[in-house]
Design a binder for this molecule. Structure first.
Ligand code: PMP
Length: 441
């Protein structure tokens, strides 16, 4: 009998034994191709010697020293690396241990900024339906994910939610992508007017919607319009790049492809690449300065803020991406994977859409391709597909609720940036077989 409180206690999990490159191996000798980096985590694959060496060196030097007493070289270096990639090199970086913590910190930073500006009323955070920002109570309050919120509703903040920007299901017949982008951004303006700009601290959105919709980028012009609306109404723009950031979209920050600069961007997952739990909040200098001038410090903190070993892993992951020019490979393999998925699944009645950016792609599953009929939640498709994919030796990330928060299903693909053409072919073949298995039962 196990004492582990498993994610799904009735499920049998194989035990992982080792992982190397783009393959994971279980204790029974089965190999799995990593097609999703777990949940968009393993950015540079498994067992990378450069990262292992950097972690070992930091462990030997100093595994942990509380940042209330000391700064440390890895956090200094990683902050410089991130600020240099951020459009504003004087940006400041606050390190945490994961995505939920990053979004909690972003919420509190935004609040403290408005307090520093004497705007005490600004306490509401507008976000989008069909989004995910984390499972802690603040981050879950932001999340428009009915399944994850269901049991905890009474504990959550009742913050306004606007519709997602989701072309496949919400662009009208005859509407251009640009018109849809503009119309969709208009929902934010409506919400600001309804709740009063003087009450709104920030708008929070995933640059590319990950787990809840399956790698859905915004329509063209959407974020430019959003940025303008935020500026006009003194509302901060927080972009959640916990999944989409750190190179996964083909540029280091996914917002670079939108022509906007957020006030705050949150990162995690690919930042530590799975080698250490790590997240970060990158904030524009003007916000940092206001807070520090007025209060002296950010009224927040966790034990592991700026953890030296976690940051050392982050530095090593970022340097491998840079040294091996992996963003070029993300763009190249991303384009190839997308094209191969589109052509291989062109005649599948159960595949409605293939979308995404870089090596962050989503395949939306349907019951009827023409009518875009979503698979009902009761079919339990995501769980069945995860099982079938594992039986075919593939790790991918299926999830449900893509159509309306309950019905619908998609598979999220987020392979390591070191993928080759052979890996792309193998992923498409194994995913096709897994879909066949599900269709046959
Ligand atoms: N934001 C986004 C966009 C995410 O995808 C996730 C995790 N799936 C989170 C936040 C929460 O991150 P974590 O699970 O590391 O707390």
């Amino acid at each position: 009998m196990s004492n582990v409180f498993y994610r799904e206690p009735l499920h049998d999990y194989p035990e992982i034994e080792r992982a190397e490159g783009v393959f994971l191996h279980d204790a029974d000798g089965r190999a799995y191709l990593d097609g999703s980096g777990g949940a968009a985590v393993s950015a540079i694959g498994h067992g990378h010697p450069t990262v292992l060496a950097a972690i070992r060196e930091q462990l030997e030097r100093c595994a942990f020293a509380h940042t209330a007493f000391f700064t440390n070289a890895p956090q200094e270096k990683l902050a410089s690396l991130l600020a240099a990639r951020f459009p504003e090199p004087s940006g400041r970086v606050y390190f945490v241990s994961g995505g939920s913590e990053a979004n909690e910190a972003a919420i509190k930073l935004a609040r403290q900024y408005w307090l520093a500006r004497g705007q005490d009323g600004k306490r509401l955070f507008i976000s989008r339906k069909q989004s995910y920002h984390g499972n802690t109570l603040g981050a879950l309050s932001l999340s428009g994910n009915p399944g994850r919120r269901e049991l905890f509703g009474p504990l959550l903040h009742d913050w306004p939610k606007v519709p997602p920007c989701y072309e496949y299901r919400h662009r009208l017949a005859g509407e251009t992508a640009e018109d849809y982008g503009r119309r969709s951004a208009g929902f934010l303006l409506d919400a600001i007017r309804e709740h009063g700009a003087e009450n709104i601290a920030a708008f929070v959105a995933e640059t590319i919607v990950g787990a809840t919709l399956g790698a859905v980028p915004a329509a063209p012009g959407y974020f430019c319009e959003i940025r303008e609306i935020c500026d006009e109404h003194d509302v901060l723009l927080i972009m959640d790049e916990v999944m989409a950031g750190c190179g996964r979209s083909g540029t280091y920050f996914a917002f670079e492809q939108e022509g906007v600069v957020p006030d705050i961007v949150t990162l995690a997952k690919g930042l530590g690449g799975g080698y250490q739990p790590l997240g970060a909040v990158v904030v524009r200098h003007a916000l940092y300065e206001r807070i520090v001038d007025r209060f002296g410090s950010f009224a927040h903190g966790h034990t592991y803020v700026g953890h030296p070993t976690a940051c050392a892993a982050g530095v090593a992951v970022a340097s491998v991406i840079e040294r091996d020019d992996l963003l070029a490979n993300v763009r190249k393999m991303g384009a190839l994977l997308r094209e191969r998925l589109q052509s291989a699944f062109r005649d599948r009645p159960d595949v409605g859409d293939v979308r995404g950016r870089g090596l962050f792609l989503g395949v939306e599953l349907v019951v009827d391709r023409e009518k875009k009929t979503p698979p009902p939640a009761a079919l339990g498709l995501p769980g069945r597909l995860r099982e079938s994919a594992m039986a075919e030796g593939l790790i991918c990330y299926p999830a449900g609720g893509s159509a309306d928060g309950r019905d619908g299903a998609h598979v999220l693909l987020a392979p390591p940036f070191i993928y080759t053409e052979e890996h792309v072919e193998e992923l498409v073949t194994r995913l096709g077989r897994a879909l066949d298995r599900v269709a046959a039962h």
